[in-house]
Design a protein around this ligand. Structure first.
Ligand SMILES: Nc1ncnc2c1ncn2[C@@H]1O[C@H](COP(=O)(O)OP(=O)(O)OP(=O)(O)O)[C@@H](O)[C@H]1O
Length: 299
């Protein structure tokens, strides 16, 4: 499947494969999608699906084995002035103090550094300025990483599990700051996470990876509206003609998550739109990747 790179795309991949070593497995395998500018995109998928690899390709820290990645209309490269990347392992200079780390952020982004936002996230209200980064906890390092990423005033924020090791209050505070920043600036965000319910509240776009391929990509409202949870009396043979993502017997009836064929559904069926959780779980439980599940980008 070919994905045309729209001029409005913040991030696009076309036939991207990635193999880390010769003879090794394809971590990404012909992956294609478009993330439009201005969206907050949830990047989801099981462990090992290739989410971090994809973000590293977009950040220019890895190169695809084949295919192409486009970032803000051009090729990705490390140190892109308009792209900020929060890596999963939060690489920071451990001997630096917190204050030195924020000063480095300012120095690396001359004329383009939001000192107020960076200080709000990781300033004196949170850290003693002489605290060494190497002594901080995982959640505290995440806070510093987010300060560096958001302070950069980037057009594209690539965030690898940004809330993973934060406590509940910090999560609420930093997600709130991130969303306010996005509302103010229109920054595009691609954010991986395993906590789908949290993403449902904050993201408007979905990119679902499984075994290195795109399973679903599109606006969350569009993607959920193109599916239905249906419940009816009788067996699964009544689902013929629809694309069945998941089905199970309930009592004497059937409950299923389907992509309706377009024909009117029988009047005796109960029908509702799935939640994002239901949709993602059902797709990840479906091994058949040949079903055309991906929403094509608009021409
Ligand atoms: N530098 C590397 N060298 C070799 N293999 C790698 C490297 N980085 C990742 N991999 C492999 O690529 C696969 C995908 O890893 P990746 O970290 O991209 O997945 P992920 O979807 O982010 O997983 P998780 O949800 O667990 O963070 C894994 O099997 C991993 O072992």
């Amino acid at each position: 499947m070919s994905y045309l790179t729209s001029p409005d795309a913040a991030l696009a991949a076309d036939g991207v494969s990635k193999r880390y070593r010769r003879g090794g497995p394809d971590v990404l395998d012909g992956c294609g999608f478009t993330v439009p500018a201005g969206v907050v995109c949830a990047l989801v998928g099981p462990n090992g699906a290739g989410k971090s690899t994809l973000l590293e390709l977009a950040a220019g820290l890895q190169r695809p084995t084949s295919g192409s990645v486009t970032v803000l209309g051009g090729p990705p490269h490390a140190g892109h002035p308009k792209v900020a990347y929060l890596a999963q392992h939060r690489p920071l200079f451990t001997r630096f103090t917190v204050a030195e780390t924020l000063r480095l952020g300012a120095r690396l982004n001359p004329g383009n550094w939001d000192v107020r936002l960076a200080e709000r996230i990781a300033g004196p209200a949170h850290f003693h300025s002489k605290e060494r980064v190497g002594n901080l906890s995982g959640g505290e390092r995440t806070r510093i990483g987010l300060a560096l990423a958001l302070g950069k005033r980037a057009d594209l924020l690539l965030l690898d599990e940004p809330m993973a090791d934060l406590d509940v209050l910090a999560r609420q505070e930093l997600m709130g700051l991130l969303m306010a920043h996005v509302a103010d600036t229109g920054t595009t965000v691609v954010m991986s996470s395993h906590i789908i319910s949290e993403l449902a509240d904050t993201c408007d776009h979905l990119l679902l990876l499984d075994e290195g391929s795109t399973r679903l990509c599109g606006g969350i409202d569009d993607v959920t509206a193109s599916h239905a949870v249906v419940t009816f009396a009788g067996g699964p043979e009544r689902l013929a003609g629809h694309t069945v993502i998941e089905s199970r017997l309930v009592g004497r009836g059937t409950s299923a998550l389907i992509r309706p064929s377009g024909a009117p559904l029988p009047a005796d069926w109960e029908v509702r739109t799935p939640s994002l959780d239901e949709l993602v779980l059902a797709h990840l439980g479906t091994p058949d990747t040949s079903i055309p599940l991906i929403k094509e980008p608009a021409a």
